[in-house]
Design a protein. Sequence first.
Length: 267
Amino acid sequence: QETYGYIIYSFQAKQFERLKLDNTMKLNNSQISMSKEIKIDNSLSWNYHRDPGFCIVGTSGSGKTTLTKYFLAQLTACEKSPDRARNRIFYIDIKRDDDMELFCKKNNMIHYVYEKDDILKTISEFQIEFEKRQSPLDNKITVETSLFLICDEIILLKLLLSKKEYDQIMNTISSIIVGGRSKNMYIGLISQAAHAEFFGNSGYRENLSLKIALGFLSSSEYGMLFGQEFSDVKNLNGEIGSGLVQLKNSTRPREFIAPYIKQDDDL
């Protein structure tokens, strides 16, 4: 890779092995991660309760939707396994992606919203539930009520909502990112760009444990997402779905290829 007149050669000891689920709706027990863990690749697993919150950043066509569907399939795989905690997902998709809408509506554990009124209602209900829950023990919250609020293209919220509505939503998201772990409530953010407002000065970066950058971002965006000490990282793999992953802020991001689902014949 040529950068500022220099040529960088990158060598790897082992070929990347990309994880694949063979079927969207028919996960078998060997494909289901237990103990609230989701495999990112063959050497990295994400425990979403111990290390809550995730974000995926990448330009259009970089593989964000494919990776997100993999996460959704894993988070709702409890329906196929009695040993896995039951999760309920609220998916806000402002841009209303046809492929994602079809995928979500085939799974009754995912509540898919895209219209403004439905988005505001969903956020309000999430805030009420957040305030109501004191702790899993105090409120007798069982593992069957783990809640996820995933916002696809968070940047578009500003264009859709008034300033008052927008501030309310961002306050709710911030509260859940910081304090949702003890209440079994989790946040996922998806964006085409790592703007400072969301991943820099706002404090989101410090409280989101899993951060993924797909495709190629600028050095400033890598710094916003991963921390300025890691602004020099690069994705040297040109394959769609390739990028960098960081689990916890102290670790250096590393290259990976996002897992995916082999589509059902009827999709």
